[in-house]
Design a protein around this ligand. Sequence first.
Ligand code: C5P
Length: 227
Amino acid sequence: MPAREMSVAAIVPAAGSGQRLGSGGPKALHVLGGQSLLRRSAQMLAELVDVLVVAVPADHEAEVRHDLAGLPCPVLVVVGGATRQHSVAAGLAALDTGTEFVLVHDAARPLMPPAVAVAVLAALRDGLAAVIPVIPIADTLKTLGSDGQVAAAVDRSRLVAVQTPQGFRYNVLAHAHRAGLDPLTDDAGLVEAIGVPVHTVPGDPVGFKITTPYDVLIAEALLAARS
Ligand code: C5P
């Protein structure tokens, strides 16, 4: 496909096992209010991008293609890797090298409002190379010593929680991934490591990541309140 037709892409890492959710299958395929987490996340992005690449667990490609049928943009399904970064790298490898911007969005954030993705894209179009959504942290934070006792209080005034979609110029994200993967950080961390400043836009607490059965209950309650 010619590059000019694919200037904005989204990569959705959806290859996690979902062990902490305990739903007996890949977390991204867990159904919430009649639609999988993955379909909800992909639907939000499909309105904004030219192509969507979804990284899924091996042996689930056909199921995912079926689950994502009818979205308003082309969908490529690739097999993910052992870590989230390997899954994003597999998605990157499937993109046209003429792609201009890439949004990377966790399948596990199915309720992220489109306005956040729109703000990330707008910042990229304004010329920024890397943009992430962040929200303030409500809880008091402490670090613990190896004995489990409090070692220090943390000044939370400059701390934020990082969400997705994270947005990048394609060349910057591709360079950062080529420079080396580090499972202790996210895509923005890889980009920082190559010296590119990462900017922020306000995220939204509703875009929380579904990890545990408790998160599913909260998400179901939010959906029920909308209907
Ligand atoms: O495990 P966690 O919820 O932090 O994963 C965040 C996102 O990364 C999820 O959408 C999950 O499916 C994805 N992931 C992946 N490949 C992995 C591990 C996680 O695509 N190996």
